[in-house]
Design a protein around this ligand. Sequence first.
Ligand SMILES: [Mg+2]
Length: 230
Amino acid sequence: MKNKITTIAFDADDTLWANESYFQEAEKQFCLLLENYLPQHTVSQELFATEMKNLHLYGYGIKGFMLCMIETANRISENTVPIEIINQIIAIGHELLQKPVELLPGVTETLTQLKGNYRLVVATKGDLLDQERKLKNSGLEDYFHHIEIMSDKKEKDYRKLLKHLDCTPDHFMMLGNSLKSDILPVLELGGFGVHIPYHVTWTHEQHEVNLEHERFIALQKVDEILGHLG
Ligand SMILES: [Mg+2]
């Protein structure tokens, strides 16, 4: 079955390079800034509630995250938060937008092995400019035939991607760290899904499930895929 695969798509954040750990660090700084108003873990819950409320308006990415931090600070301080704290929140966001791109172990080796034998694609959510920056700084651009920055990763979004790639689901494999966004919609569609967990997962992407499926593969590290492709 797997020898039918022609196109392999990679999620970017927490699959090709580190991301969620940077967000969690930023969130910790934010919660510390506001601990005079509420305990840190409550600030964190409030921020998550703001993010979920605004997701349909902002989509995924750092800019939306910055606006959500500011909105949360205003709400929990009842609009009394000093402008210095707002400036510090903006600084946290700017710092996130300039983080170095740290490739995950095995990524370059895997792409080098696969390039030439498969059509390689990046399929990621996030802010357009930020994802383009990371891709450029990653040095991985040349491995990929196509880069798709998606507003969401539901079944219909993958269907659109496959149409664009002129690829049928049975020839398509997607690798990623999120069962919810990278694997389940692709399996649903008839493609192959390969899960490689990252050590931290954003609450919104968490999905507790013991997945068993004939087109599903669970790995610990990305280069293990080489042994499955033959
Ligand atoms: Mg990811």
